[in-house]
Design a protein around this ligand. Sequence first.
Ligand code: 6R9
Length: 644
Amino acid sequence: MTHAVYPVPRQWAENALVKADDYTALYRESVENPDSFWRREAQRLDWIRPFTTVKETSFHEQDFGIRWFADGTLNLSANCLDRHLAERGDTIAIIWEPDDPSEANRQISYRQLHEMVCRFANALKANGAGRGSRVTIYMPMVPEAAVAMLACARIGAIHSVVFGGFSPEALAGRIQDCDSSLVVTADEGLRGGRATPLKTNVDEALKHCSSVEKVIVYRRTGAEVPMVDGRDVDWDDAVRDASNHCPPEEMGAEDPLFILYTSGSTGKPKGVLHSTGGYGVWTSMTHQYVFDYRPGQVYWCAADIGWVTGHSYIVYGPLANGATQVMFEGVPNWPDHSRFWQIIDKYRVEIFYTAPTALRALMREGDEPVKATSRASLKLLGTVGEPINPEAWEWYHRVIGEGRCPIVDTWWQTETGGAMIAPMPGAVPLKPGSATLPMFGVRPVLLESDGTPIEGAGDGCLAITDSWPGQMRTVWGDHERFFQTYFTTFPGMYFTGDGCRRDQDGYYWITGRIDDVINVSGHRMGTAEIESALVAHENVAEAAVVGMPHEIKGQGIYAYVTVNVGVEPDEALRSQLIKWVRHEIGPIATPDAIQFAPALPKTRSGKIMRRILRKIAEGDVSTLGDTSTLADPAVVDRLIEGRQ
Ligand code: 6R9
């Protein structure tokens, strides 16, 4: 197969932070002599006590462990704020653009952000939080969300941000799992002109959570919300008398920074735990090199703070690098489809980072809403979250960037902390649809499913053979699950769960998840989670969920449902079940199709054959493969007839 190749534009080749030769030499050093490479890179952070050891890691069962810079101490909030004050205290850190363009924006300098964080850190302490305690943050996209995260980092509390689109049930599960003592939320969130009742959701969730003692409520819309006496505190009241002086806590490099829940192929969501030192070095380094970031440039990552992209590339990476960034509360298609491009013009954004699903949705609206804007400030574009189809890549490149801006397609995961496979724009020629080449320190391998390594060009399971500083350190409360999930499929390696192809030039092409995780609009959903929500409904006997191709979302959710005896599987039940799943997990888990199935295809040992269900959902029934191991092969014909 031949693919378009976009060479590095001359200006980029000459002026980039990392040029082609640098990339080759530094990559080699990073894998051959990681200690010297990382000892130098880690100097990008301010350490309180310098580290003496660098890399102490093993993926093998007998001496399994991941430690980086372990005897060093630092504070990441100080790295994101205090150290910038002398030189760029008055530089704007966050330009906040509200959902409604007619509402006033906010521009917050590093000095102001520092003061907001110090005050809120003292407020957290006054409400019982401290080193090691867990604070759940359930907030809309307002600067106070970042303030809450940095305030936790400042006092050594571990934040757990829960995306504002999750339901009270999903929020409760995440609060219970890490026993948060404090929740930070807002009265309401605003997106696309619609309000989300965040505080009411928290009240609902807390009926099932005994660990929470305090709730701090930021007033976003001013809506009337019930406040529980002795438990609920107004944000403004909490900070009003708080001192603006709050010395940063001295944290060990391996002390936990945050927990972020993510869906896996089995069981309930896992609390991915990231460390302080390694994560700080990794997010700062990748942000600088992948986006070729120079102080003074306006950068915009359009992700939500509830996902890892928001953690790494809105909060920790850019702020550690002293960046000026846009933070956007709203959505790409409201009030109209030019919203993103208008914001780019309004603030002269140079670097823009978003997800393929947003691009595909906007592409469908045609070029007019784009052409109505200038976008002359743009220099670099980025994508993340799912594979980008070459068609969307070309549109992004040709129409949005007018052929002038390299596109950095960044492959990474909640577990990896930051970009793992991504082009450095001044060093690596681009191929639409490929995340290109590995980041410094990243050693990818492709394997057959039996573990045989694939050399050269080929297609297989993507694993990483050695540790990198931004790697997650454990699953909160379940270290054994961490080891079992990631290091046993291919012993001695980190297994990503993704399939991948490598071409003759050594470029990586992520083909998507090969486990039971589906990627809906760049959001990870465990099929098991949706299945357990479905079977929790009184009329459902059994459910199996698979991904299906979806033009905009990348993947859609296709659910096979077997109802209880005596229940009529009709349209009313179908819409009831869709509502039910939204209620149990949140709108992002809304099934796109529900097929009522009299029975599911199972092996004789009772295992559901998902491969067959996937094929039927994809509408590809000509290649169902071997069905001879099914207990009742006739089930398949009935499923094909009933396809939605
Ligand atoms: C950062 C983030 C991780 C999964 C990952 C993969 C998919 C992410 C991608 C990509 C192809 C890219 N993914 N970036 N696939 N190209 N550039 O998205 O983290 O939410 O944990 O999702 O997303 O399948 O395994 P997370």
